[in-house]
Design a protein around this ligand. Structure first.
Ligand code: NAG
Ligand code: NAG
Ligand code: NAG
Ligand code: NAG
Ligand code: NAG
Ligand code: NAG
Length: 650
């Protein structure tokens, strides 16, 4: 360095220091904890920045308990319990909770206990006066006596989440600031299950919930699957009615989850330009996760630590992922709960529902989400309709999937004490359609109805204000949009505005015909439990491969009418039941891998509770099995997942 440069540099340094001190006189440092990540016996944990309360810590009582940056792992045991019960309590906890582990028990805070220090083991028992702090694992800040809740950290190896979250004490959310070292994925934190107790007011206490990234949460930025949207808009100030009901009932939101863009259907190979499509856990691990509730399906199929995810279904966005990943899932009756603070695709058709493994959690969550519009039959023995219609079922058990499907409907018929009849919807339409309907077949009448409704409703509600706001913020620019929504919106633009009226008319015509002629309510209205005149079963997923690496055609317009559109237009509940899986040689691994087979079951409008109860009872009698998370419906490793902690994660 030349000496003149050096002098200039020195002068600059003096000036900088001077200005630094000048600013020091006025500025104050705002230091905020965003939590802390630690590892205890090879398990990664996150220490919440929000304390659960304080305890009195007698001097020297915790000498032997390990400590990092002022925190020690401890256990709180509330309730009338004596020390000799502890080992049984802890073995119960080990089964019930994946967060607590024996390493938290070197210091135990217990009510009404004499302080003692185990001589034969290294356990300190410390007397606890504070009865407000729930039992479970905590990190104790030794200097203050504050106890902080513990989250276990998991890798999102399925790429299902967009933003892992923790709740804040004011009822909002903030991003989880934790990362499992070396992981190539986002890290998700789950609170100990021991903190939560189910009550009548909190039927979902501790239930871990993923939320599709179209539901706005207070304090959180949303994306709708679009990066420009995420960057443009600030965090929401409110949580919408639907998710707030789940939170109020005790559900623990662990993060926002991926949606295909603006909840339009996309395939993994090329459509997911802004975000990478999540990975389907089943089979070879490279099957399309289906969409648009893709993160919901991939996460519930991949992670035993997640209980349930809320998605949305306009044209199959819950049923598709549930079928292809072997989960229970429901498109509910239309209009059961307000969708304020949820991005619309087409309000005329949009519905909020769940993807879940356990049909009891499913029913409890439905009851909370749909409130008075849902009748839980969980503790009843309902009378099921005896007439079961099948649509698109195989005639003979020619393949293993066909056999599963036929065995299922036959077991269902036996269970309800009825019989099955194939339903030919076009023939029924032609025989019983209203006089006003004209000559058209259903395929003709409803050919463009779905495509028209989603494009014509979403463009003014979502696209136009977004383009306007983006242009205002970015000198007239247009934001990037994935090919699928762009194609669908362009289709909407190509139609005259009269097309929307025609679509509403076609939808209403079909809906009132179907709900009176084909699937009316039970003819015995006094019998609450029966509810529906019949059940309609169709093939949801036949176990065939739909690999995510296969190039498909350019996106088109979702024209046509098929069985999966019935519930969309008729507004009736349509639930996915996983019935088994079939093996086929994978084009990727070269060996046989199993993929789920699933049916969809429809009931009359408003009979949502009947379908969830049917799922429970079919599990109870062994016709259905509760699916596990993992590579198959029985569990097992997810193939080719990328994870740093594969050997200790079970
Ligand atoms: C442990 O669980 C068993 C079975 O649910 C229960 O009977 C027992 O009371 C529990 N023990 C403690 C100490 O909580
Ligand atoms: C440790 O030993 C003490 C007695 O020294 C006993 O009271 C306590 O229950 C033991 N703790 C555990 C977790 O076994
Ligand atoms: C956000 O909500 C809080 C109350 O929850 C209110 O005080 C605040 O003004 C709101 N902010 C905006 C920007 O609406
Ligand atoms: C029940 O459904 C009706 C009709 O869609 C709706 O107006 C009402 O708000 C719903 N009730 C609740 C409790 O959400
Ligand atoms: C199917 O069940 C209905 C009602 O139980 C009965 O009337 C009908 O005869 C049955 N049909 C066949 C083919 O068994
Ligand atoms: C559906 O609409 C498309 C595009 O308008 C048309 O090409 C096709 O023939 C129609 N199909 C039926 C069954 O009406």
């Amino acid at each position: 360095m030349a000496s003149s440069d050096h002098r200039a540099a020195t002068r600059f340094l003096h000036l900088s220091i001077a200005s630094l001190f000048a600013s020091l006189a006025t500025a104050s440092a705002v230091l905020t904890s965003t939590g802390l990540s630690v590892r205890l016996n090879n398990v990664d944990y996150y220490i919440s920045p929000f304390s659960s309360g304080k305890v009195f810590v007698p001097k020297c009582s915790l000498k032997k308990v390990p400590e990092v940056v002022g925190f020690k792992p401890v256990t709180v045991v509330q309730g009338p319990l004596i020390q000799s019960d502890l080992s049984q309590l802890f073995s119960n906890w080990t089964l019930a909770d994946d967060v607590w582990q024996p390493a938290f028990s070197e210091a135990i805070f217990m009510a009404e206990s004499q302080c003692s220090y185990g001589r034969t083991n290294s356990t300190s028992i410390i007397s606890l006066k504070n009865t407000q702090i729930p039992s479970g694992p905590y990190f104790l800040e030794v200097a203050t006596g504050s106890l902080y809740p513990v989250y276990r950290l998991y890798e999102d190896f399925a790429g299902a989440f967009t933003e892992p979250l923790i709740p804040t004490p004011d009822g909002r959310f903030q991003p989880l600031s934790a990362k499992i070292p070396g992981s190539s994925s986002l890290t998700v934190g789950v609170p100990s299950r021991l903190y939560f107790t189910k009550t009548a007011e909190k039927p979902l206490a501790g239930v871990r919930l993923g939320v599709k990234d179209i539901y706005r949460l207070a304090g959180v930025k949303g994306s709708n699957g679009n990066r420009a949207w995420y960057n443009l808009y600030p965090a929401s100030n409110v949580t919408g009615t639907a998710v707030q009901r789940l939170i109020d009932a005790g559900a623990q939101v662990v993060g926002l989850q991926k949606t295909s863009q603006f909840a339009n259907g996309e395939t993994a190979t090329a459509d997911w330009v802004d975000y990478h499509a999540p990975f389907n856990a089943r089979g070879d691990g490279y099957q399309d996760p289906s969409s648009s509730s893709s993160g919901a399906g991939a996460s519930v199929a991949s992670y035993e630590w997640l209980d349930i995810a809320i998605g949305s279904d306009t044209g199959g966005s819950i049923r598709g992922p549930a079928g292809s990943e072997g989960l229970f899932g429901n498109r509910p009756s239309h209009g059961l709960v307000s969708l304020d603070s949820v991005m619309p695709l087409a309000p005329t058709l949009d519905t909020p529902g769940f993807l879940v493994r356990d049909p009891y959690i499913w029913d409890a969550a439905n009851a909370v989400l749909y409130g008075q519009n849902y009748t839980s039959l969980a503790s009843e023995k309902p009378k099921y309709p005896k007439r079961i219609y099948t649509v698109g079922f195989p005639a003979a058990p020619d393949t293993p999937a066909d056999k599963l499907l036929l065995d299922f409907v036959s077991a269902l018929a036996t269970f309800v004490g009825g019989n099955t009849t194939a339903l030919d919807l076009e023939a029924r339409w032609s025989a019983t359609k209203p006089a006003s309907a004209g000559k058209e077949t259903l395929r003709e009448l409803l050919n463009t109805t779905y495509a028209t409704l989603i494009a014509k409703e979403q463009t003014p509600l979502v696209r136009d204000p977004f383009y306007h706001d983006y242009a205002a913020a970015h000198s007239g620019r247009r934001p990037f949009i994935n090919p699928v929504p762009l194609r669908r919106w362009a289709y909407g633009d190509s139609l005259p505005s009269s097309a929307l009226e025609a679509a509403y008319a076609a939808k209403s015509l079909f809906q009132s015909w179907f709900n009176t002629q084909i699937l009316p309510p039970s003819p015995s209205p006094d019998d609450d439990a029966e509810c529906s005149s019949s059940l309609i079963v169709y093939v949801g997923s036949d176990g065939s491969q739909f690999p995510r690496n296969l190039y498909r055609g350019a996106p088109g317009v979702p024209l046509g009418f098929g069985t999966s559109r019935i519930s969309v237009f008729a507004g009736v509940p349509d639930s996915v039941f996983p019935i088994g899986e079939v093996g086929e040689v994978s084009g990727i691994t070269g060996v046989e891998e199993k993929l789920p087979v699933a049916v969809d079951v429809m009931a009359a409008a408003g009979c949502d509770g009947l379908l969830a109860r049917l799922a429970q009872e079919l599990v109870e009698v062994g016709v259905l099995k509760v699916p596990r998370a993992g590579g198959t419906l029985e569990g097992g490793e997810v193939l080719m997942r990328r994870g740093v902690l594969g050997d200790i994660w079970q």
